[in-house]
Design a protein around this ligand. Structure first.
Ligand code: SAH
Ligand code: SF4
Ligand code: F3S
Length: 474
């Protein structure tokens, strides 16, 4: 696949920032509120931070209170039908609010909004939406927002902006209001070239394009300087980072560069595609002391026939060999995965292959999904005759098995002591803090909120399927 990589010019970004200032002064001095509601994956959470950054520069204060918000932005996900239905439900529910407060602005953005059909549907049937644009247009949100303000008018006259259309690109230097002060997302690339046959992401996120390593490293340095202690590098397939760049760097190389930044912090990354996970990567992970001993390696299925139909580019055997290799390099590796149940044509035998593979690998945790037909993807054309109840039954069996294995692996941690990063509050039977081990396992602790952001040694005293429970020993 050809790599065409266009960068948005610095002047263009500057122009967007000037628009922010213009909007800010046009809106005047009174306090205004904005709310950003995020669906989907970490990429979307990262995009929402940019949206908030822009809104903040336009003079808005962020709120979680829908009733108070002058601007409501819904950053959507298209990966499964359930997610899109929820968005439509929640946006539809804004009808009343909009009737009472016609001057309020509703924005529908993100992956759903990249599809022309969805935009058409929203335009026709979701009259409360004033502005609709996809992820490719995020960098020029101020321009679109200003146009919305102009056509919409603060008087409540109804004009709408739906025609945003721009090319896929890489944009640097966007403002960002980050969520929290301990953990940070760092997007290293965008898009996906894999075209797994069930997946909508390549259609809504466009072709894969990497940021320059210098830009990524600079952002990582500024995060470390700002006190962030847990940095997650984001991409749909981080293992193909660097392709199409005019510099000689791959993901393992990028890990090493970030690892060389002085400071006490952890590096995580997601997601790794098994077809591109290499020995070079495992070696870099083992060598980089700041790199978390965790890999999220979505297997999707344990049946070679289904893997082929999914266009995944590996067999069950190859996957298992990779797991062995990864565990050889990183003995304390925490391994997590995604599995899809009910891909069209999946037989009981295919499913048993999946179950056997997962039981063999013993994943620390597993994200399990029922196949969702995404119009426009190749798999959507395959006839799907398996009754829903059969698929649900397979799903339940997989979830039961995954839960049992997680609980066993968690129980095996009891009595051990881990260096954890306390990253937030929890409400779990007297446990008030949440923390993560280097491998990313969730640990609940007792202690004061002032400990958030600090490292601690935690001895594990009990566990369940989802978490470990510990006491701070130091
Ligand atoms: N780029 C990542 C995943 C992005 S989507 C990767 O390749 O691993 C996250 C997960 O959603 C996928 O791993 C897959 O398990 C699931 N998924 C994607 N499309 C789906 C669909 N049409 N139906 C059900 N699950 C899906
Ligand atoms: Fe979707 Fe496959 Fe790309 Fe992941 S690698 S985003 S599952 S097409
Ligand atoms: Fe969803 Fe878009 Fe992420 S479709 S999973 S929000 S890339």
């Amino acid at each position: 696949m050809p790599y065409e990589r266009t960068e948005v010019s610095a002047q263009e970004i500057e122009r967007q920032k000037e628009i922010c200032a213009r909007v800010r002064s046009a809106l005047g001095g009174s306090e205004r509120f904005a709310m950003v509601d995020t669906y989907g994956c970490q990429q979307n959470e990262s995009d929402s931070e940019v949206l908030r950054g822009y809104l903040r520069s336009m003079g808005y204060t962020m709120t979680d209170d829908e009733d108070k918000a002058d601007v409501i932005a819904v950053n959507t996900c298209a990966v499964r039908e359930h997610a899109t239905m929820r968005v439509f439900g929640n946006v539809g529910a804004l009808t009343h609010l909009k009737r009472v407060h016609p001057e309020r602005i509703v924005i529908l953005c993100g992956c759903m909004a990249q599809s022309a059909e969805i935009r058409e549907q929203v335009k026709k049937s979701y009259r409360m939406v004033d502005l609709c644009f996809g992820p490719h247009e995020l960098w020029r949100f101020p321009e679109l927002f200003e146009r919305t303000l102009q056509v919409h008018g603060l008087s409540g006259a109804r004009g709408r902006v739906f025609d945003a259309e721009s090319a896929e690109s890489v944009a640097e230097g966007l403002p960002r209001e980050r969520d929290g002060s301990v953990k940070a997302w760092l997007s290293i690339m965008n898009g996906c070239n894999n075209f797994c046959s069930y997946c909508i992401v390549p259609y809504v996120r466009g072709r894969e394009r990497s940021r320059r390593s210098g830009d990524v490293v600079r952002e990582a340095e500024s995060l470390v300087a700002a006190g962030y202690k847990d940095i997650t590098l984001l991409g749909q397939n981080v293992n193909s980072y660097g392709r199409g760049l005019d510099e000689d760097v791959d993901f393992a190389g990028l890990l090493r560069k970030i690892n060389a930044i002085p400071g006490d912090f952890r590096i995580r990354f997601m997601t790794s595609h098994p077809k591109d996970a290499t020995e070079r990567l495992f070696a870099a992970m083992a060598e980089c002391e700041k790199c978390a001993p965790h890999i999220h390696l979505p297997v999707q299925s344990g049946s070679d026939r289904i893997l082929r139909a999914m266009n995944r580019g590996y067999t069950a055997e190859k996957y298992l060999a990779q797991v062995d290799l990864a565990r050889k390099y990183i003995p304390n590796l925490v391994l997590t995965t995604d599995v899809i149940v009910g891909f069209p044509g999946e037989t009981e035998e295919d499913f048993l292959d999946t179950l056997a593979l997962t039981e063999k690998v013993r994943f620390d945790s597993m994200f399990t999904f029922i196949y969702s037909r995404r119009p426009g993807t190749p798999a959507a054309k395959i006839e799907d005759t398996t009754p829903r109840a059969v698929i649900q039954n397979r799903f339940d069996r997989l979830v039961e098995s995954a839960g049992r294995v997680s609980a066993e692996l968690h129980r095996a941690q009891e009595g051990k002591t881990f260096r954890v990063l306390i990253d937030g509050t929890a409400k779990n039977g007297g446990y008030t803090l949440s923390a993560r081990t280097a491998g990313g396992r969730l640990v609940h602790l007792r202690g004061d909120e002032s400990l958030i952001g600090s490292w601690a040694n935690a001895r594990i005293v009990s566990s369940n399927t989802f978490a470990l429970f510990g006491e701070i020993t130091e």
